[in-house]
Design a protein around this ligand. Structure first.
Ligand SMILES: [Zn+2]
Ligand SMILES: [Zn+2]
Length: 149
């Protein structure tokens, strides 16, 4: 949260859509913008953000856009066990996540060293590995403070 490194504009989002040969539509641009602004958002909060801007967009339309953007590789879908799906725009770097057991807060965790060392499994069992998904579970600072007091 609060990551302001990538300040993307509407034309950036339009270009991203064209690069994956998706037609540029206002709902697609609005969903991309919402997820860029709020990494690890769940579907419900993305719908709220998009509908604040485009009132006529249905829930189903947002679901469809999320699926299309995820399939096209513009968004990444993360679904920790027992949690609703979250979406983020940081794709293609195989980073991992830390999730709070109590409130569901989520943050990015880079691979330990280099770009994707986690892809070098200690035993690949003959599989061709292209992705590693690690979820670190624990307590976020707010919840661990509340928990211990
Ligand atoms: Zn928490
Ligand atoms: Zn992430």
């Amino acid at each position: 949260m609060g990551d302001t490194r990538n300040v993307s504009t509407t034309s950036d989002f339009e270009r991203m859509l064209r690069e994956v040969t998706l037609r540029v539509t206002r709902p697609r641009v609005a969903v991309l913008a919402a997820v860029h602004d709020r990494p690890h958002s769940d579907t419900e909060s993305i719908i709220n953000v998009v509908r604040a801007e485009l009132r006529q967009v249905s829930h189903q339309a947002v679901y469809d856009v999320l699926r299309a953007l995820t399939t096209a590789g513009l968004l990444r879908r993360i679904q920790p066990l027992g949690s609703v799906a979250r979406y983020e725009a940081r794709v293609g770097d195989n980073h991992h996540h830390v999730v709070c057991r109590s409130c569901g807060a989520m943050a990015d965790v880079d691979c330990a060293v280099g770009t994707t060392p986690c892809l070098t499994a200690s035993d690949d069992h003959g599989f061709v590995i292209d992705e590693a998904e690690v979820i670190y579970w624990g307590w976020c600072p707010d919840c661990s403070t509340a928990h211990s007091s």
